[in-house]
Every structure is written in C-alpha cells, then in structure tokens.
Write a protein that binds this ligand. Sequence first.
Ligand SMILES: Nc1ncnc2c1ncn2[C@@H]1O[C@H](COP(=O)(O)OP(=O)(O)OP(=O)(O)O)[C@@H](O)[C@H]1O
Ligand SMILES: [Mg+2]
Length: 146
Amino acid sequence: MTKYISNSAEDTERFAERLSASLKGTEVIALFGGLGMGKTAFTRGLCRGLGITEGVSSPTFALVNEYRGKFPVYHFDMYRVTSWEDLYSTGFFDYLDNGVLVIEWSENIEGALPEDAVRITISRGEHENQRIFETEGVAINEAIGG
Ligand SMILES: Nc1ncnc2c1ncn2[C@@H]1O[C@H](COP(=O)(O)OP(=O)(O)OP(=O)(O)O)[C@@H](O)[C@H]1O
Ligand SMILES: [Mg+2]
C-alpha cells in the first residue's frame, strides 16, 4: 500500500500523470471514494500523461468515455450501475484487456473487478483541498516508489 497526500486538484492531476508513465496499456484502475473526492481530476491527469488532450469529464450519462492516446482509455462512471446486467451493458467486459480502464465508483462493481486491478482509495485530508490516495497494485507501487 502506498500513500500519497495531494494538496490541490492540480497536485492530484500531476500525481496521476506521473503514475501513467508506468502503465503498460491493459490495466484496470479502480477508483474508490465518494462525491467530489477527485476521481475525475485523477483521470484527467492520467489521460494527460498518456497524451490525451481532449476534455476529460465524468461520464455520468454515457457511463463510459473513450479516449485515444498512447493507449485507448475507457473511463467509466459506475455511479448508476447496480446490477450485472447494467455492467454488461456498459461494455466493461469487452474493454478488459483492450486498453486502460479507469473506473469511478468502483464500489458498485467490486465483485467484477479483476484480481490484478490497481485499487486506489481516496479520502479527505486535514483541510478542504487535501486528499489522501491509498494505492494497492504492484506495478503502480513500484512506479511511485512504494
Ligand atoms: N487535492 C484535490 N484533488 C482533487 N480534487 C480536489 C482537491 N482539492 C480540491 N479538489 C476539488 O474537488 C473536486 C473534485 O472533483 P472531481 O469531479 O474530480 O471529483 P469526483 O470524485 O470525480 O466526483 P464525482 O463522484 O461527482 O464524479 C473539484 O472541484 C476539485 O477542484
Ligand atoms: Mg467524477
């Protein structure tokens, strides 16, 4: 487990950007943490690191946004996904192994996450703009010195 303390949204983006350098292209990055914790900010930074310049926003209505960079990135929002049927309809299982999957609201699909998913849990820190990122996943921990 590796811990990173972010002090601003931009700090979170830079953290994710650095972390993107270690990706091989088929990781599942499962983000946990409630409303406004910075899951989309993290995803934006990760995408920036992969050379994705288009706007990255929460795919709340589409459920999945697809971006093309160094690797394809599939950005999910599982907030409204509450059944296996819902999950199938997002295309989740078709995208696995075909790109990097970044998943907001992973709480809702925990049972479907592959064993080797990189799990990142975000919680509040001591002040308004502080967030604590706790990361589990071997490749990522090596990349960020954990
Ligand atoms: N250290 C920080 N890291 C990330 N975001 C921060 C931080 N400090 C403050 N913020 C603010 O918190 C908000 C995070 O919004 P963001 O959309 O990334 O959250 P989210 O987890 O994706 O939320 P949702 O569950 O609604 O999708 C932004 O308004 C951002 O400016
Ligand atoms: Mg979001």
